[in-house]
Ligand binder design. Structure first.
Ligand code: LLP
Length: 414
């Protein structure tokens, strides 16, 4: 459930008129709903209520500091993948003690920054990274808390670009190497083993792959216990899907109940790293129709938003619903909704039945995750503004980029 609903034939974001926000702040524009973010976070947190756990929101999904701050105020932890994301969390008032650091290529500088801030755990992805972390921690006199990310080799059944738990993927440590690398971690002086983790992919709509991964990971944890290696937490990663269209992914309570059942009587603390499930349906992307054009076969709506603002359709052929901000009665046509960028792949949606006129506003739904964070300046287009609504109030949480910012930091030759 989200808080973008029609009332009197116009789209509202909570109690704010989307058309009015678009007029006031210009388009293209991202609009997020605070109530939806909070609702989704609570749905996760409540789902595992009695069992020791921490929800570490995956910052990469939407890293605006206002979004992070809303979640930090609920007591959220954070899953980060770079020094930049770590500093965003701090800037937003997040607690380093609730931060897990994922990612296959952490640099020594990022490790040092995270160690100095005393984060909760490093999710280590290779033997080489483990050695490096031990060296960095030793150099600055710290003990690094570590979890090893194991690749459980299960097929998440999702888009190949966002599937991460197969042997062929670059992520994690192969299961057959896991015990040897844990033994090495236990022997290194500047590390302390805290947990194990896995993340098998994103936008999963079935529960079975999560359970397959969990079974393999729990078997590993049991084997480690026999070898005297004690695991405090199991980080199950993120990946729970959302409905963009007709998908029916399990709700967080069903998902959590299934995992808890598998966990049995084990006392392990669970860490979750949801990104999309919290942010996707908490945001829309609003764009204005510039021109309509037709040829013998096709109708195009040229809009002012493009693949640089929202790349998911172009990159993954992702389908996101596109709805009119003020629906018109009358005859619809079958439109491709395309942007101004000089690429055939620059579309937000294809084959959409809509009744449109130039000047109309359209909302691309489910754009709160992997929307703005994946945006770029391609074609020298300034990045969109971002607004967060809270009931009847709306706040600019990121100003639209100015044209002169586009070449900030660039230099002419002498
Ligand atoms: N934890 C780790 C280690 C991850 O790599 C990811 C996502 C997450 C958590 C959060 O996953 P989520 O709950 O959001 O599925 N740009 C793509 C999605 C890439 C996901 C990458 N990793 C998209 O727009 O569909």
């Amino acid at each position: 459930m989200d808080h973008f609903l029609y009332k009197n034939n116009e789209l509202l974001a909570e109690d704010c008129s989307v058309a009015e926000l678009a007029r006031t702040h210009g388009t293209p524009l991202y609009i997020y709903s605070r109530a939806t973010l909070e609702r989704h976070w609570h749905a996760f947190d409540r789902a595992v209520a009695d069992h020791p756990h921490l929800i570490c929101y995956a910052v990469k999904a939407n890293s605006n500091i206002a979004v992070l701050n809303v979640l930090a105020r609920l007591g959220s932890g954070f899953d980060i993948v770079s020094g930049g994301e770590l500093l965003r969390v701090i800037e937003a008032g997040g607690e380093p003690a609730k931060v897990v650091f994922s990612g296959v290529g952490k640099t020594a500088a990022e490790m040092e920054m995270a160690l100095n801030l005393d984060i909760l755990c490093f999710n280590v992805e290779s033997a080489a990274e483990l050695e490096q972390l031990n060296i960095v921690a030793g150099r600055i006199g710290k003990i690094a808390p570590v979890s090893l990310r194991i690749n459980p080799d299960v097929d998440a059944g999702t888009h190949p670009y966002i599937s991460t738990g197969l042997k062929d993927n670059k992520f994690g440590i192969a299961m057959e190497q896991a015990e040897a690398i844990f033994a090495r971690a236990a022997a290194l002086p500047n590390l302390e083993i805290k947990g194990v983790d896995c993340h098998i992919g994103s936008q999963l709509t079935e529960i079975q792959p999560f359970l397959d991964a969990m079974d393999r990971m729990l078997a590993l944890i049991d084997r480690l216990a026999e070898q005297g290696i004690h695991i405090e937490h199991f980080d199950v990663g993120g990946g729970l899907g959302v409905s963009y269209g007709d998908e029916t992914p399990p709700q967080p309570d069903v998902y959590a109940a299934a995992l808890l059942e598998r966990l049995g009587s084990r006392k392990l603390k669970l860490i979750f790293e949801p990104g999309r499930a919290i942010a996707a349906n908490a945001g829309i992307f609003v764009t204005q129709v510039l021109y309509l054009k037709s040829n013998d076969d096709k109708h195009f709506a040229l809009v002012d938003g493009a693949m640089n603002d929202l790349i998911r359709p172009a990159l993954y052929s992702a389908w996101q619903n596109i709805i009119p901000v003020k629906p018109r009665d009358g005859k619809t046509l079958n439109y491709d909704i395309v942007g101004p960028i000089c690429e055939t792949g620059d579309f937000l949606g294809k084959d959409r039945e809509l009744n449109l006129a130039a000047g109309d506003y359209l909302a691309v739904c489910s754009s709160g995750a992997y929307g703005f964070t994946m945006s770029s300046n391609y074609n020298s287009r300034p990045r969109s503004a971002e607004v967060m609504v809270d009931g009847e109030q709306a706040f600019v949480i990121r100003e639209r980029e100015k044209l002169t910012q586009l070449w900030q930091g660039e230099q002419l030759l002498p």
